[in-house]
Design a protein around this ligand. Structure first.
Ligand code: FE
Ligand code: FE
Ligand code: ZN
Length: 275
């Protein structure tokens, strides 16, 4: 049985979020740790988190995949803004300790003209500091489409960050729309792309998936998500993913343009494709 879910709101608390996930046939989900387009975060409610952890066990959920704010750019140009982003990352990991054992995924960042090398150095520095307290959370770098000065569009860039951090527990979340737009042909050669990921990064570092179709063609570097089967990836790509011996063990998070009923349908679609 695959772990399939989607992005859900945690604004009514984590118990409510887990119950919503269950009600749409999900057995994992993603949520933003704070306002995705800002930096505000609600204080955590330890009792709600503890009860949610019990429900996750009772309902046999796979790991949740929290998502850092889009505004958190660890390699932005200005030092004070960079320091602020780094402090947001530290605080996110501290808050994730209320939901121990789950995943926290974030966009590595955009170097905004300073160059990939410099950007990677800043990301590594911030991550090393945030990992120091050793909170019980697995941190994941999201693979990006390589839009603008985004870092993480190439497997080599993800690998450089992982090596710089030097902590084996840090992993990767592959986003199907991003890697396709970024120039990895998972439509025609999923096995070849995974072999390349294994060669560069190591398949054991792959801990979660974002499943999105793409509005744009291969290598467009655009990053616009489409409903499953209605974009340039197509249904068969997702069928291959849910039946791949390694990928099918990972939490799969939908970030498609949907409300809850649409997500319920796509989760059911993924489950129906399991052989
Ligand atoms: Fe993302
Ligand atoms: Fe994503
Ligand atoms: Zn995206």
């Amino acid at each position: 049985m695959i772990f399939a879910g989607c992005h859900l709101s945690n604004s009514a608390g984590y118990v409510a979020m887990v119950e919503t996930a269950k009600s749409i046939g999900a057995n994992t989900c993603a949520f933003f740790t704070r306002n995705p387009r800002g930096s505000k975060a609600k204080p955590e409610d330890p009792a709600d988190c503890a009860r949610a952890m019990e429900l996750l066990k009772e309902y046999e959920f796979g790991p949740l995949v929290a998502h850092g704010a889009y505004t958190m750019n660890l390699c932005t140009a200005e030092e004070s803004a960079r320091d602020f982003a780094a402090s947001v990352l530290c605080d996110d990991l501290r808050r994730m300790a209320y939901l121990p054992g789950n995943f926290y995924n974030f966009h590595p960042g955009s170097h905004v003209g300073q160059g990939t090398q410099q950007g990677i150095e800043y990301i590594v520095k911030a991550l090393k500091k945030a990992l120091e307290p050793q909170y019980p959370v697995t941190v994941l770098l999201e693979s990006m489409a390589g839009k603008g000065s985004e870092i993480g569009g190439r497997f080599e860039e993800l690998k450089a960050i992982l090596d710089g951090v030097g902590d084996d527990s840090v992993g990767v979340c592959l986003d199907s729309c991003h890697i396709h737009d970024g120039g990895y042909d998972i439509v025609n050669d999923l096995d070849g792309v995974l072999a390349e990921f294994d060669r560069v990064v190591g398949l054991h570092r792959l801990k979660a998936l974002h499943l999105n179709d793409s509005k744009n063609p291969y290598e467009s570097h655009k990053d616009r998500h489409e409903l499953l089967g209605q974009g340039h990836l197509g249904t068969e790509t997702f069928r291959a993913i849910v039946n791949h011996p390694y990928l099918k063990t990972l939490p799969m998070i939908l970030e498609t343009p949907n409300e809850l009923p649409g997500y319920a349908k796509e989760i059911a679609l993924l489950r129906s494709m399991e052989e």
